[in-house]
Design a protein around this ligand. Structure first.
Ligand SMILES: [Cu+2]
Length: 139
């Protein structure tokens, strides 16, 4: 009897897990399916000298402005010799894998529907590698 109850509880946990994974798949796939209708903006962030830079620009840890609801593909490229970096936006639950020198990764995100400001960081160096993503009203 007790054993059956334990089994039942385990089954419930498994069902909840399966539902959560299913939901996660939907959440992850939705932006991909929606991306066919609108252009995806490409933003490349290069890490070097313990800071983020927009590709080809010289301002460290720049404020990145996005339009509300805009779809963006972030590419992070680590050009910092001997250092491992990543990109995370905690408010969005976004965190890339850690990148060794010359490694890169890409994440597709949709900016929040409402204007606001979020912090982006490199998790291992979040005191130095830290900037703002500013979401402004879309047109
Ligand atoms: Cu870093």
């Amino acid at each position: 009897m007790v054993k059956n109850q334990r089994h039942g509880a385990r089954g419930a946990v498994a069902a909840v897990l399966a539902a959560a994974i299913g939901l996660l798949c939907v959440v992850l796939l939705l932006p991909l399916t929606a991306s066919t209708s609108a252009a995806v903006r490409e933003i490349t962030l290069v890490t070097r000298d313990m800071a983020f830079y927009l590709e080809g620009e010289s301002e460290p840890n720049p404020t990145i402005q996005l339009r509300a609801g805009e779809e963006v593909r972030f590419t992070v490229l680590n050009r910092d010799p001997g250092l491992t970096h990543n990109l995370a936006v905690e408010a969005w639950g976004l965190e890339t894998r850690y990148l060794k020198t010359e490694a890169s990764t890409t994440v597709l995100v949709r900016a929040p529907a409402r204007p606001g400001r979020q912090v982006y960081v490199c998790v291992p160096h979040d005191k130095m590698m830290r900037g703002i993503i500013e979401v402004v009203a879309g047109d």
